[in-house]
Design a protein around this ligand. Sequence first.
Ligand code: SIN
Ligand code: CO
Length: 381
Amino acid sequence: MRLMKTPKTLLGGLSVQEFLREYWQKKPLLIRGALPDFSGLLSPKELIRLACSDDVQARIVTRKQGKYDLSHSPFSAKDFKGLDKTEWTVLVQSVNHHLRSAEDLLKSFGFIPHARLDDLMISYAPKGGGVGPHFDSYDVFLLQGMGHRRWQISTQEDRTLIEDAPLRILKNFKPEQEWVLAPGDMLYLPPHCAHNGIAEDDCMTYSIGFRTPAYQELAEQFLVYLQDRICIEGMYSDPDLKAQKHPSEISHAMLKQVASAIQKVRWDKEDIANFLGCYLSEPKAHVYFNPPEEPLTLRKFISLLKTRGVVLDLKSQLLCNGNTVFMNGESMAVSGEDYVALRDLADRRELPALKSCSTELTEMLYRWYEDGYLSLDENVD
Ligand code: SIN
Ligand code: CO
């Protein structure tokens, strides 16, 4: 069984608690030999092939005479022809949705809650390639795979960007520190730390990125969530209507009545938890699941569940909170015992064979199986 493990070397000998206390969201950390045997999960050719599949989000950044250019997927093999003459890089988003080994790599970072994890992005650049000096608004672990990358970083306050550039490039980048990372080395950067990565040779970098939703986005989405759930009784009435000097004016009495009706919109902690679980587990717009073409019958599924267990689909996001589970944007309240089993599935992204299991739980697992959200484990021990 694949377990969640954080190798001792990953944080350079720091315990998770020390790392979180001293560095997380606070300051950069260079870790030599974070994953000493790591040299990458796929070749540049395989990454380019992935960048050319239609359900993958990828970007190509080129630089000619110091000017950057950006193009977005869908790509085909011909988009990569002729790039050799420029300094270029390809960046492929959410590789963990496509490669089991990428998901396994993310499991090493399981000390950060799943609700904070965004994805694994992999870049490839020949010598000289890079996306230019910039800052990101999220935390990132930059793990070096194949080759070498020179990283320059700065804690500068000046975040002015070059105007009219197709991507966010810092106008006045002033590097304060720099290192060349070799396979297995890793650099942790907190949000807004300016950085510039330049390929020293054929170079692949693995970015383990985290998400920090903006309050504005959360509030807007919460209002969308709320609109299907509020129930305010009654309607506007004015049996005491007074004649107005200016009929075009909205009266104070009307405003007062409407304000007091709208103030009846209420929500509690449970609404916030339910919204957050649905919002954070919602698949991104381009994500599609592949339901089984010839699904097993419920009976057959139940019998196999007893010997094989289940594995989440690479694209599934399962979160939980207070006896509610959130699967790919949908919430379901479950009993205490089922919750423990589903939390285990969410933590490890797999569940061992279930000797006994409630009808509710089997039916839920079967529905998710039919939707392509999980499958029976192929690796029977
Ligand atoms: C890269 O992999 O080239 C860019 C990663 C980053 O700067 O965030
Ligand atoms: Co960056």
